[in-house]
Design a protein around this ligand. Structure first.
Ligand code: SF4
Ligand code: SF4
Length: 68
């Protein structure tokens, strides 16, 4: 499961760029600081690599990898 802490996101787009399977997009909704936050547009394509989580400078995205 991919969780975006929308209020931490600053629309940098790094997670969108590093995701190898193009799961993420910058959405149209804005957070309270006015940034359009990342959204998991294609979650079924997530392979659980956590590159998005490791590369987000604001700790705004987390991936829970289920066992099995
Ligand atoms: S890398 Fe983090 S701050 Fe940047 S767009 Fe993605 S979730 Fe938002
Ligand atoms: S865990 Fe990997 S595949 Fe899944 S959204 Fe993040 S970067 Fe993309």
């Amino acid at each position: 499961m991919i969780s975006v802490l929308t209020e931490r996101c600053k629309e940098c787009g790094i997670c969108v760029t590093v995701c190898p399977t193009k799961v993420l997009e910058i959405g149209s909704a804005r957070n309270r600081r006015g940034y359009r936050h990342a959204v998991p547009a294609r979650p079924e394509k997530c392979i659980g690599c956590r590159l998005c989580e490791y590369n987000c400078p604001d700790f705004a995205i987390f991936v829970e990898v289920s066992a099995g």
